[in-house]
Design a protein around this ligand. Structure first.
Ligand code: NAP
Ligand code: MG
Length: 402
């Protein structure tokens, strides 16, 4: 069999621990036998990040912007324990945060649905994708606690000296205060990513905020979305037969629960933090969530939503059998390959991505799965597989399809 040829390399961002082990296995078993895999490789494993003073992370993000499609393995975000464990000279920043700030993107998270693993919400038959704004609001807040009465004011001094002032509250006793902000540039880039992603995936886009209460702050989000939509995206949405809808966040929540899924839900930063955990949990499992970072200029970075699965890695180091679920990491690869195929006009590559996804889901639907899924599956007959056995089962089905 001749291998599928690629023209543009994928930006490959390798990572840490158990996911790094699975990364190599997925390539060896499911990709390189079938594809003449072209990648520009960046080692984001913590040791090499340390060695390059984290320059490798910056370089990989710039490469993602240059080539347009990247696939990333989960990486360790260092904390004090990791600084000791890896003998780091600095507590390097989260690679995802570094990449996000360079690509200026929005993260879209979507669950992988498979028969036998039913979402807790009965009506959800299609995935719900959460788009979370990744800048500002309470994540950049300043706060004050007072133990005595006093006056809290919001003061803005413009560059030209003009001053705007609002009374926040006259405190008669102890209390708390918070100042938050966002910028038009960030909201616009968020809105653009959402509209572009809706077009790319041909799904409706919902955006919810609380403009009835927050008549300036939240209303501003609503206006920016609506203006951009009317001016630049409405025509394309109409052509594709997809819709953009703004609604109050509380109404959005009610509609989401009653829906059948199959749309993108754009959320302000805090709402997205909370709602993505709710949606992920309601769909079943962390090991079945995919994540894609899309920049407003149309570059994509695909990854699994879970971390490096540290506990399993320590088992692996002790020589024990591991049952880590590779599905979300496989889907990161298929997402990237399909996108590369689409951009470069290589239908065999996109079709390979689709077949690999089908083979993966087919394996679970035939009853072969890792322990995390076995615990949730309603299938009558289940064969628990370790990671290697699972990949081999997927490969059997993939071979038959090719
Ligand atoms: P985690 O790696 O997501 O794992 C948490 C737990 O979830 C695991 O111990 C396991 O539960 C279960 N799990 C997650 N993925 C699984 C899979 N594919 N198959 C089976 N079970 C799975 O989170 P963590 O242990 O809190 O974090 C480990 C490291 O990952 C940290 O250093 C963190 O900084 C990093 N991290 C990276 C990213 C990223 O790169 N995007 C995201 C999050 C965290 P059981 O132990 O019960 O089996
Ligand atoms: Mg959270």
């Amino acid at each position: 069999m001749t291998k599928i040829r690629m023209t543009t390399p994928l930006v490959e961002m390798d990572g840490d621990e158990m996911t790094r082990i699975m990364w190599q296995k997925i390539k060896d078993v499911l990709l390189t036998p079938y594809i003449d895999l072209k990648t520009e490789y960046y080692d984001l494993g913590l040791e090499y990040r340390e060695k390059t003073k984290d320059q490798v992370t910056v370089d990989s993000a710039l490469a993602a912007k240059k080539y347009g499609v990247a696939v990333k393995c989960a990486t360790i975000t260092p904390n004090a324990a990791r600084v000791q464990e890896y003998n780091l000279t600095e507590m390097w920043k989260s690679p995802n945060a570094t990449i996000r700030s360079i690509m200026d993107g929005t993260v879209f998270r979507a669950p992988i649905l498979v028969k036998g693993i039913a979402p807790y919400v009965r009506t959800w038959t299609k995935p719900i994708t959460i788009a979370r704004h990744a800048y500002g609001d309470i994540y950049k807040a300043v706060e004050i606690v007072t133990d005595r009465p006093g006056t809290c004011e919001l003061v803005f001094t413009a560059e030209d000296g003009e001053v705007k002032k609002e009374l926040v509250h006259e405190f008669k006793g102890p209390g708390i205060m918070q100042g938050i902000h966002n910028t038009d540039a960030s909201i616009e880039s968020f809105a653009r990513s959402c509209f572009s992603y809706a077009i790319a995936t041909q799904q409706d886009l919902w955006f919810g905020a609380k403009d009835t209460i927050s008549k300036k702050y939240d209303h501003h989000f609503k206006d920016i979305f609506q203006d951009l939509f009317d001016k630049e995206y409405k025509e394309r949405f109409d052509e594709l037969g997809i819709k953009y809808m703004y609604t109050l966040i509380d109404d959005a929540v009610a509609r989401v629960i009653r829906s059948e899924g199959g749309f993108i839900w754009a959320c302000k930063n805090y709402d997205g933090d909370v709602m993505s955990d709710m949606v992920a949990t309601a769909f079943g499992s962390l090991s079945m969530m995919t994540s894609v970072l899309m920049s407003p200029d149309g570059s994509f970075e695909y990854e699994a939503a879970h971390g490096t699965v540290q506990r399993h890695y320590y088992e692996h180091l002790k020589g024990h059998e591991t049952f880590t679920n590779p599905i979300a990491t496989i889907f990161a690869w298929t997402g990237a390959l399909k996108k590369r195929g689409e951009l470069d006009g290589i239908p065999e590559l996109s079709s390979f991505g689709e077949k690999l996804e089908k083979a993966t889901l087919g394996t679970v639907e035939d009853g072969y799965m890792t322990k995390d899924l076995a615990a949730m599956s309603s299938l009558p007959e289940i064969h628990i597989t370790n990671t290697d056995q699972f990949l081999a089962e997927v490969n059997k089905r993939l071979e038959r399809m090719l």
